[in-house]
Design a protein around this ligand. Structure first.
Ligand code: R5P
Length: 293
């Protein structure tokens, strides 16, 4: 296999270095500045000419700034004559706007991928994107990895085997199935509905066999925390024992972490696709495996 070089973007310095370490790849650091008016400055501190470059940059908050940094890094790498550019975007901003839910809406995820293509990107790797089916319709190949097994293994190591894996919405059921294959307990889902205008999610209070069981609620994203809080309260009301909130992408806007814990959750566990105080599971091995293929 040809050796790749890894360029950790400003939003994913730690993860980028971890990936490079595990691959034994050279790191090209990125010099980053923010001008007084808020604009971003990017400089690649090393040669990428003729190389297969892997740029690692998550696009969690501040999404727009992180996206511009990613575009600037990719375009600079292209101008310096890279052989190929793979971008690893652990959390893909705007991926939830993946359809024209109402006439006239921007198809945000398609716009972002089109811009990445213009900047010379050949391949995108992401983790638990909101709608994997939609990725097939994008202008460059997007590989979507699942970190659910890694999260479930974390819980298993902590002694939560045989606990109940619960996911949000019927579409999320494969998540609960994936987790239960590791935890070897039962699985199910809480039916949900999203308001197309406000984006708020409501849950349907369908009875679940959670009484006296340890429950792990898996979701791809915790943003405002509203969905997770409602789920925690509902399973607690039905007599669940310990309840943990697990997500891949911990956006954790405002005081959502505190509010989820107050609603009765015994803990929150996330990956490091967006570095946060609850990031306990690294997605580096998953990404390295995909890069090595
Ligand atoms: C919904 O489709 C997603 O899977 C998450 O459940 C949702 O994005 C979480 O959002 P919030 O934390 O704001 O309720």
């Amino acid at each position: 296999m040809r050796v790749m070089i890894v360029v950790p973007g400003p939003a994913s310095v730690e993860l980028g270095k971890e990936i490079a370490n595990q691959m034994g790849a050279q790191v090209i650091p990125v010099e980053f500045k923010r001008f007084p008016d808020g604009e971003s400055y990017i400089r690649l501190d090393g040669s990428v000419t003729g190389e297969d470059a892997v740029i690692v940059q998550t696009t969690g908050p501040p999404q727009n700034e992180n996206l511009v940094q990613l575009l600037l890094t990719a375009d600079a790498a292209k101008d310096m004559g890279t052989r190929s550019i793979t971008v690893v975007v652990p959390y893909f901003a705007y991926a939830r706007q993946d359809s024209r839910f109402r006439p006239g809406e921007a198809l945000s995820v398609k716009t972002i991928v089109t811009m990445l293509k213009t900047c010379g990107v050949n391949r995108i790797i992401t983790v638990n994107s909101h709608n994997p089916a939609m990725l097939k319709a994008l202008p460059i190949p997007v590989e979507d990895l699942s970190a659910i097994t890694l999260l479930a293994r974390y819980f298993k190591k902590k002694g939560f085997d045989k606990s109940y894996s619960l996911s949000m919405g019927k579409k999320g059921l494969p998540t609960a199935v994936e987790a239960s294959q590791v935890l070897e307990g039962k699985h199910g889902f809480i039916p949900t509905q999203r308001d197309r205008i406000t984006g708020n999610v409501t849950i349907e209070k369908k009875p679940l066999p959670v009484k006296d069981r340890d429950i792990i609620i898996f979701d791809d994203i915790i943003s405002s925390g509203g969905t997770m809080m409602k789920a925690v309260v509902w399973v607690k009301e039905q007599g669940a024992k310990r309840v943990y909130a697990a997500c891949v992408h911990a956006l954790l806007i405002g005081d959502s972490k505190e509010r989820i814990l107050k609603s009765g959750a015994d803990g929150i566990v996330a990956t490091n696709t967006i570095p946060s105080s609850v990031s306990a599971v690294s997605v580096a091995p998953l990404i390295v495996e995909a890069l090595r293929k």
